[in-house]
Design a protein around this ligand. Sequence first.
Ligand code: HEC
Ligand code: HEC
Ligand code: HEC
Ligand code: HEC
Ligand code: HEC
Ligand code: HEC
Ligand code: HEC
Length: 273
Amino acid sequence: MICFFFYALLVWALPPQQVAEHPVALAADFDAAQCTDCHAEKQQGKHVHSAMALGCTACHTVESKGETTRIGLMAPAGEICLTCHELAKVEKDGVLHRPYEQKRCIVCHDPHSSEFTAQTRAPMNALCMACHGERAKVGESVELFAGQKLSGEEFNQIPKIGLDPTLKFGHPMGNHKVADAPNPLQPGEKISCLTCHENHAATRAKLIRMTEYKGKKMDVCDACHLANDEANMAEAQKRADALEAQRQKEEQMRSKQPSTMPQKPPRPKDKKP
Ligand code: HEC
Ligand code: HEC
Ligand code: HEC
Ligand code: HEC
Ligand code: HEC
Ligand code: HEC
Ligand code: HEC
């Protein structure tokens, strides 16, 4: 209740932003529940933003006068997400991912819905590689995702990582895998950029994750390598056990069965002539 009050106050205090004329005039008493008659796709997709349940006017302003309808946002695009979400805080050695710190939430997230976890505009690792992958040609502006661009200059300043052409390995060193390999820390899942990195904020440089393994907090590198070694050991043990079982079975068979060595036929008794 109190939350709603402050939210209402905040929204009231902010002038509507980015107001544009809506291509279709809507009646002054138009019921916003019917926006989806024409914009159904905003509520479709595998991952729909929970805020969509609050209706379009949780974020959009609608103002109809005579034959014109103007639709805007309750707050500038760089602030609107933070009217409901809090920016993560980090201790003094922590890092915020630059685009997150700059509140460019909608570069990575579709405000409405998408096919990917957390309504991101692309799946892992394509989301990260849109900014951190090399491009053959960088013009005035670089298209990241549909409708989301950066200036060529901004793009060039972002550190790039070199992967092999299949984008599956080559970072952070040697032939380390970054995709398409089982993640020993999360059985059933694949390794991705987010296995080692945080997406928004981290307590360590380069957004490196801390994780828990068998109840102990540790570096994600150590955790995964331990898990991987243990899985390999368990696999090796299983193989050794299977071999031993096989050997024992064979031994048993041998001791039970009559010898299969060809035997000479019993010598015919000497017939008395
Ligand atoms: C009769 C159909 C119809 C209805 C009802 C409708 N829209 Fe639209 N709207 C359109 C069309 C067509 C466009 C232009 C193509 C597009 O962007 O999808 C559009 C564009 C928009 C845009 C982008 C352009 C701009 O004005 O900035 C927004 C935002 C939008 N609509 C919001 C809404 C909201 C919120 C409602 C409900 C209050 C609504 N619309 C109701 C048909 C409709
Ligand atoms: C959580 C806040 C939020 C809610 C709820 C929301 N929108 Fe939006 N919408 C935005 C923001 C932010 C943008 C601007 C995106 C940009 O600049 O790329 C936007 C842009 C749009 C656009 C134009 C650009 C595009 O993505 O197509 C349409 C159309 C639109 N909204 C329709 C709707 C409709 C219809 C609803 C309700 C069914 C709705 N929105 C609910 C935040 C919201
Ligand atoms: C009107 C309030 C409101 C606004 C504005 C809002 N959100 Fe949300 N958002 C919610 C609620 C409520 C949830 C579900 C509870 C939670 O996870 O905090 C949520 C959840 C999410 C989730 C987790 C997945 C999900 O849908 O449950 C993501 C990602 C997200 N929001 C991104 C954004 C982004 C990006 C913006 C800005 C375009 C934004 N939100 C603006 C209310 C809002
Ligand atoms: C560089 C891309 C990027 C930017 C920029 C970004 N996010 Fe995210 N965000 C992600 C990814 C990726 C996930 C999903 C993480 C996962 O699957 O564990 C996520 C998850 C979320 C979630 C759901 C999980 C959680 O942490 O509660 C919310 C809410 C969210 N983001 C809000 C925001 C807001 C608000 C902003 C802007 C201040 C923002 N994001 C900026 C990439 C981004
Ligand atoms: C919109 C562009 C964009 C996207 C998308 C993006 N990043 Fe970044 N990333 C940046 C920028 C800008 C910086 C800051 C570069 C600098 O410090 O000069 C950065 C920095 C980083 C750093 C280095 C942080 C440090 O402390 O030096 C890492 C690691 C990183 N990003 C990982 C990711 C991952 C993982 C994803 C996908 C979830 C991702 N990025 C998606 C723009 C992006
Ligand atoms: C196995 C763990 C691991 C995975 C997976 C991983 N990274 Fe990294 N990444 C690191 C480490 C460690 C560093 C720091 C390297 C250093 O300081 O030399 C790093 C550094 C970075 C940097 C900063 C580079 C710079 O010059 O500052 C970016 C950007 C980055 N990673 C992006 C990504 C992206 C995008 C992906 C997914 C394609 C990814 N990483 C997957 C471990 C990983
Ligand atoms: C999600 C699991 C996982 C994480 C996290 C991880 N690794 Fe690995 N790493 C592997 C696997 C699997 C191999 C291949 C080992 C094998 O062949 O048995 C490997 C191999 C390596 C190798 C061998 C050389 C090479 O290029 O193949 C090095 C060095 C290494 N990792 C360092 C790191 C560092 C440093 C980090 C943290 C930034 C890290 N790893 C994080 C799974 C992981």
